[in-house]
Design a protein around this ligand. Structure first.
Ligand SMILES: [Mg+2]
Length: 240
């Protein structure tokens, strides 16, 4: 603990409930799709490919396999290659948003005061912070992926964020209030996950009609409203 940055020393022993936000990596923080396409074109220039505007469906390999049998194997050689996950491009604004989100204490509290006059009757509601975690599902070919995800987080977010990594093959088992993920309707062994998912818009889900709330990007500032809304909702749920 002694060497941890003060920003990351949070007091969890007073039962104070923070808003726990889980951020997916691929498609939310890292531009998996864009970098994959670029690498695929470079390595297999003779093969057909799927432009981002034509991507549809979460599983990239499936769409490529439909395009031409055998391409699914070539797809996996791209993202299983050494350096792929480590060198993924940041989705614009993602890192800055994650860092700001982690420090949103004051802003969320002010929003909460505006929404709920009962704050004056229930002192427990007075303060909370936003705890941000990276919740990512590595590929099964883990030779490079695991360590490269750690490397990406350290490089882009900083060493302290290594404390905030959740490697989850099944995200339904993660405990949080809000999951921001580009995979539609994330589900798993737990039929009642603690989180509500917000769908981060990506090339593969942009045409999908869904009732899920969306977050379209990190740059227009709408994520701040999202966090404020969920702060209000989650605390109501905890203390009802
Ligand atoms: Mg993803």
């Amino acid at each position: 603990m002694a060497n941890r940055d003060n920003l990351f020393k949070r007091e969890y022993t007073n039962r104070k409930v923070n808003l726990r936000v889980l951020l997916d990596m691929d498609g939310v923080l890292c531009d998996f799709e864009g970098d994959f396409l670029e690498a695929f074109k470079k390595h297999y220039p003779e093969e057909p490919c799927i432009e981002l505007k034509d991507r549809s469906g979460f599983w990239l390999r499936d769409q490529y396999e439909k395009l031409k049998p055998g391409l699914n194997v070539k797809c996996s050689t791209i993202y299983n290659a050494k350096g792929f996950f480590q060198n993924l491009t940041e989705i614009p604004g993602a890192v800055e948003a994650a860092k700001e989100m982690f420090q949103m204490e004051g802003q969320v509290i002010r929003m909460f005061h505006c929404y709920c006059i009962f704050i004056f009757l229930q002192p427990l509601f007075e303060t909370y912070m936003v705890d941000v975690f990276i919740c990512t599902s590595p590929v099964n070919y883990y030779k490079y992926c695991l360590q490269e995800k750690f490397h990406w987080i350290e490089k882009h977010l900083g060493k302290q964020w290594l404390e905030r990594i959740l490697l989850m093959k099944d995200k339904s088992m993660a405990n949080g209030h809000l999951l921001i993920d580009d995979r539609p309707n994330v589900s798993g062994a737990n039929p009642y996950p603690s989180w509500d998912q917000v769908l981060f818009t990506s090339c593969h889900n942009k045409k999908l009609e869904t009732s899920q709330r969306r977050l379209h990007n990190w740059v227009d500032g709408t994520w701040r409203e999202l966090i404020a809304d969920f702060g209000f909702i989650s605390l109501k749920r905890v203390y009802r």
